[in-house]
Write a protein that binds this ligand. Structure first.
Ligand SMILES: Cc1cc2nc3c(=O)[nH]c(=O)nc-3n(C[C@H](O)[C@H](O)[C@H](O)COP(=O)(O)OP(=O)(O)OC[C@H]3O[C@@H](n4cnc5c(N)ncnc54)[C@H](O)[C@@H]3O)c2cc1C
Length: 466
């Protein structure tokens, strides 16, 4: 056990976090809450939790910054293990960095930047933890050579297995390492991570505006392009904003402030504007066109003019956004085959419009898309076999959102979509089985060997992967 007292938080997942109890007091839990809610500071703390079934009942669920939008972190009646206190950067060399899992991407990017280094990934939500991005997939507008996931750049991991054993996995055991990456905390709690780093590299950014039909025609070319690809979809304006990032050693590094303003406009100003309009203009036929125009202006002015160049380092250190436990907007991500994405894109536009006509609900924020480069470095990688395209639907409207998000499962079924267990609300078991084909039965077998007593299996995963 570490010298720190193992502390327990009162309240439930995504709720109260402030008050702390010492480990031997009991806390009555509401239905669905964890019985124990623990801040860990060292691997001995994690072990102490995992071996003590009485004080720390199952399921034991590790948690980073808790920004997942599904119940992958839920520990109903069990034990929540918060890793955000394990936030030390342990070692930086010219080729790699070793960190505890609770370090935030933004903090790490800052420390690396001081030495002229950066992460070889374009993950843009800087407030999430390295543990969260290694244990679960993330979207990024990365160059094909950088792969699809930050997890692919992990060269060594240390974890405590569900039975409380210490395990070190490195590239020497590549198969086991591929199992551990994106394993959602089902094979153990990761307490140390070594990642590849590189010298800061510049990229140029090209912005394009077009309609859905034009983008649909460009898809085959985009799937082959040696660029990072991100796009914003406004189905009700038939408008697409495309951003292409190309490696360019001569490119100016870009300005932090510009990237910060860009993100502020998209993730703070726009949702705030949409929410305040929904209070002041209840008539949706008047409100939505105003929000769409604001989105277009944001893209046109802020996106295209401010960020002509950058680097992963500048983008990740230029973040101001703190991940909120209850964010001001909802989102749901599905990934689709790149080969069929021309049709999927048109179908998505049709789906959004038809859904609005039928139910009166539509997303008030633009959907965001990324090309997810082929990456078979993790068994459960969403782009294991080929590069994919993602669509993340986003909305500030609560009323109607849940049904819309659940309806996307049917849309995904018709269009061959694959879910992320941490970002896709309402994925059905049928979609999960279809998406992960023979990899899922294999993962099940491995999980059963690592965790025969289901110490880390919560209801959410029990319903989807067992
Ligand atoms: C407002 C908002 C915007 C977002 N935008 C994006 C976006 O643009 N792109 C994108 O890709 N994602 C986005 N996300 C999603 C989110 O960043 C990802 O889900 C990410 O995985 C979360 O990291 P985290 O630290 O919050 O992990 P958590 O949500 O805490 O955990 C994710 C999973 O990893 C497991 N885990 C965490 N730490 C460990 C560990 N040490 N050992 C073992 N398992 C562990 C958990 O059990 C869980 O299964 C957004 C989220 C929010 C709230």
């Amino acid at each position: 056990m570490s010298t720190n007292t193992l502390t327990r938080n009162s309240g439930s997942n995504k709720q109260a976090r402030s008050s702390k109890l010492t480990a031997n007091k009991t806390q009555p839990a509401a239905l669905g809450d964890p019985v124990a809610d623990v801040d860990v500071r060292a691997h001995e703390d994690i072990r102490a939790v995992l071996v003590d079934w009485k004080r720390y009942p199952s399921p034991v669920r590790p948690m980073g910054s808790d920004s997942a939008t599904t119940r992958c972190n839920a520990a109903s009646g069990g034990t929540l293990v918060r890793l955000s206190g394990m936030n030390k950067i342990l070692r930086i060399t010219a080729e790699s960095v070793t960190v505890q899992p609770g370090v935030r991407i933004g903090e790490l990017a800052e420390a690396l930047a001081e030495q002229g280094l950066e992460l070889p990934c374009g993950c843009d939500v800087a407030d999430r933890t390295i543990g969260g991005v290694v244990a679960a997939p993330a979207l990024q507008a990365g160059l094909p050579a950088d792969g699809g996931q930050l997890a692919g750049h992990v060269i060594a991991l240390k974890l405590i297995t569900p039975s409380g054993r210490k395990l070190e996995v490195s590239q020497r055991n590549a198969r086991l390492l591929s199992m551990m990456r994106l394993s959602y905390g089902l094979l153990g709690v990761i307490y140390e991570i070594t990642l590849r780093v590189r010298k800061i590299r510049g990229f140029t950014v090209q912005h394009r505006k077009c309609d859905f039909t034009t983008l649909s025609g460009l898809v085959p070319k985009l799937m082959q392009l040696n660029a990072g690809i991100k796009f914003w979809l406004l189905p009700f304006r038939d408008r697409v904003y495309l951003e292409l990032r190309r490696a360019d050693a001569q490119a100016a590094e870009g300005r932090r402030l510009s990237w910060r303003i860009k993100e502020w406009a998209a993730y703070t100003a726009l949702p705030s504007f949409a929410r305040s309009l929904s209070r002041s203009i209840p008539v949706r036929q008047l409100r939505y066109p105003l929000i769409d125009r604001f989105s277009e202006a944001t893209q046109g002015l802020v996106g295209a003019t401010l960020t002509q160049s950058g680097s992963n380092s500048i983008e990740q250190t230029g973040k101001f956004r703190r991940l909120e436990v209850n964010p001001t907007f909802n989102y749901c991500t599905w990934v689709f085959s790149g080969e069929r994405f021309s049709q999927t894109l048109m179908a998505y536009r049709y789906y959004c419009r038809e859904y609005y006509q039928r139910t009166g609900f539509r997303c008030d924020m633009p959907a965001i898309g990324h090309r997810l480069n082929r990456d078979n470095s993790a068994l459960l990688s969403p782009s294991f076999h080929a590069s994919m395209m993602s669509i993340t639907s986003m909305s500030t409207d609560q009323k109607g959102w849940e049904d819309f998000a659940l309806g996307l499962d049917e849309f995904a079924q018709q269009n061959g979509g694959s879910p992320f267990f941490n970002q896709t609300k309402g994925a059905s078991i049928e979609r999960v089985n279809a998406a992960f084909d023979t990899r899922l039965p294999f993962f099940r077998k491995v999980r059963a060997q690592f965790d025969p007593d289901d110490r880390m299996l919560n209801q959410y995963f029990a319903g989807l992967i067992t």
